[in-house]
Design a protein around this ligand. Structure first.
Ligand code: FAD
Ligand code: DLZ
Ligand code: SF4
Length: 507
């Protein structure tokens, strides 16, 4: 049966379900660069290069294997600019008997796909995405009947199911979780590993020229692009991480350092999310490195928890709750996103550092996203939709299924506690404990009030005061609310006014 097999820009895996039964004698693979996808948010220029260059590389690799690939470029004449439009044109060109596609990573695109069969008059087979440990049905089964969801419970179920770092029915080492050993500040004498970056080849340089011309006003530096865009380079990036950074990943997972955005992190999320790496092989490598004594248990477990635990858990929450999840705003946050998120212009050293490296590399590590830019947005009461759009735009790894739950659920508490049990709200003291940012900052992290006091301090207390009716009863927030109970009304009014004056001054 002549089949047209559509592969989307984050489905760049040879083992994707839509290619499983391909017959090279009859079938055509369709890949399309479309304006709808390049513009649904103002993507970082490096994210655009990553996706389009990796698409072009996969198309070339499939063609080398004897597969017919119909590849539509962004600047091809006649490009309609949408998946639906390009599919209709390809049906005219190839007259397939059916269309096969793997389910997408985004609700918006799934809604579009479900209309294709009726609109295009050709049978459309939408297949499960088998690249996750837990498919959507598996997560639904786990979630059924639970009143609250907690990543740790899901993670343990997945450890048991996969056998990863398990000794029979028990976790290797006797503990499920070494999180308490993942919170060290980076000592001055620990060397930061030099990380492998991948220079642009001719295909990537072509895409860079296209992006420079068409998307000049989009956020982000282009010239520092060095992400892997092929399966081979992604595997080399995985080797590099296991050898150089994983051994200390566990210890310094939460640490931050000025001028060093990568530290001991994997830098693998862009390759994982577009399909160049499979989470199973990545976890298997971490387990093997533990098995040979190359990395300690807190590193292997900490890393596997991120992929087998968090990555799968947020995807499950996304598909369980969409499309309503995108509308959540439990704390009724209404402030517009300040311009500093785009221009990085602020005397707050932590914010300037994180936004600066975001612009340079389309990357920040988790604690930078959660406890600096995320914490600011939470405390300031930024509209969840606006900050979610920012995260979706500025990171090379940002796709709706993973970005949205991390932003609405983890950073903004917009889902009211569905994903996480308490808001990750913190004053400047947390940033000072975990980084070296505060030393050279224009603000004084130790000061609670006054024009030169760290803005996170007044913002933190103002956040608690503003949301007391929603948060004070949460047992995990008992400590700060006990402290607030001793404050006079005058003191509370004063700190709220100070935080608001600061935020209003940002424009
Ligand atoms: P490491 O810290 O080395 O972790 C290893 C791997 O674990 C990552 O590659 C990633 O695949 C996975 N992982 C770790 N934490 C998470 C998590 N919370 N959710 C899902 N997977 C996780 N991650 C994305 O992949 N895309 C996003 O758009 C995204 N947006 C985020 C927005 C906010 C507000 C926050 C707080 C986090 C977001 N994350 C997102 C999660 C996390 O920050 C990134 O996965 C991580 O920083 C990627 O860098 P790394 O590969 O060096 O990860
Ligand atoms: C992110 C992205 C971009 C920028 N461009 C394209 C594209 O031109 N063609 C394509 O097939 N996919 C692209 N993508 C990835 C899609 O946005 C992604 O597949 C959907 O959001 C579903 O997850
Ligand atoms: Fe950030 Fe406050 Fe530290 Fe400055 S003093 S770097 S604003 S936490």
């Amino acid at each position: 049966m002549k089949t047209l097999r559509l592969i989307l820009g984050d489905q760049l895996s040879r083992d994707i379900s839509s290619l499983a039964d391909i017959d090279p004698a009859t079938d055509v693979v369709l890949m399309v660069e479309v304006a709808e996808e390049t513009t649904y948010v103002p993507h970082h220029k490096q994210k655009l290069v990553l996706v389009l260059s990796a698409m072009r590389h996969l198309a070339a690799a499939l063609a080398e294997q004897g597969i017919t690939v119909d590849y539509v470029r962004l600047d091809d004449g006649g490009n309609t600019g949408s998946f639906s439009g390009e599919l209709a044109r390809a049906i005219d060109r190839h007259r397939p008997e059916r269309i096969v596609v793997c389910e997408p990573g985004e609700w918006r695109v799934l809604a579009m796909m479900r209309r294709w069969e009726d609109d295009l008059g050709v049978p459309v087979d939408i297949r499960d995405d088998t690249r996750f440990f837990a498919d959507r049905a598996r997560f639904r089964r786990w979630a059924a009947g639970r009143r609250t969801f907690r990543m740790e419970h899901f993670y343990r179920a997945m450890r048991r199911e996969t056998g990863l770092l398990m000794d029979g029915g028990e976790p290797i080492g006797g503990r499920w979780n070494y999180d308490a050993e993942n919170r060290k500040r980076l000592p001055a004498d620990v060397a930061i590993p030099e990380r492998r970056r991948f220079p642009a080849d001719a295909i990537t340089r072509d895409v860079m020229a296209l992006i420079a011309e068409r998307f000049a006003d989009y956020f982000g530096d282009l010239d520092s692009f060095a992400w892997p865009v092929t399966r081979e380079d992604a595997l080399a990036a995985l080797d590099d991480f296991i050898e150089t950074a994983l051994p200390r990943f566990g210890d310094y997972q939460d640490a931050m350092k000025a001028g060093a955005p990568f530290l001991h992190h994997a830098l693998l999320s862009p390759a994982l999310n577009i399909g160049l790496l499979n989470p199973r092989e990545v976890c298997a490598r971490a387990v093997a490195a533990f098995g040979t004594g190359q990395v300690p248990l807190n590193a292997a477990e900490g890393f596997i928890r991120q992929i087998l635990g968090w990555r799968e858990y947020v995807r499950g929450i996304y598909w369980l709750t969409m499309p309503g999840y995108a509308e959540t705003n439990a704390l009724d946050a209404r402030r517009p996103l300040p311009a500093l998120y785009w221009n990085g212009e602020t005397p707050m050293r932590c914010m300037a550092e994180v936004i600066g490296s975001t612009r340079e590399f389309a990357y920040s590590h988790h604690i930078q996203r959660l406890m600096v830019t995320g914490n600011f947005a939470l405390l300031a009461g930024i509209r969840p939709k606006e900050i979610a759009e920012w995260y979706l735009a500025v990171y090379a790894d940002a796709f709706d299924w993973v970005e949205l739950p991390n932003t609405h659920g983890m950073a903004m508490f917009a889902d009211g506690g569905l994903l996480a049990s308490k808001p990750y709200a913190a004053s400047g003291a947390y940033i000072n404990r975990m980084s070296d940012f505060c030393g050279d900052c224009a603000y004084d992290v130790k000061k609670k009030a006054g024009v030169d006091a760290c803005p996170f301090n007044a913002m933190y207390w103002a956040f608690l005061i503003r949301n007391a009716d929603k948060l004070a009863a949460n047992p995990r927030m008992a400590m700060p609310y006990r402290a607030l109970a001793g404050w006079s009304t005058e003191r509370k009014t004063g700190i709220v006014a100070e935080a608001n004056a600061f935020l209003d001054s940002l424009g």
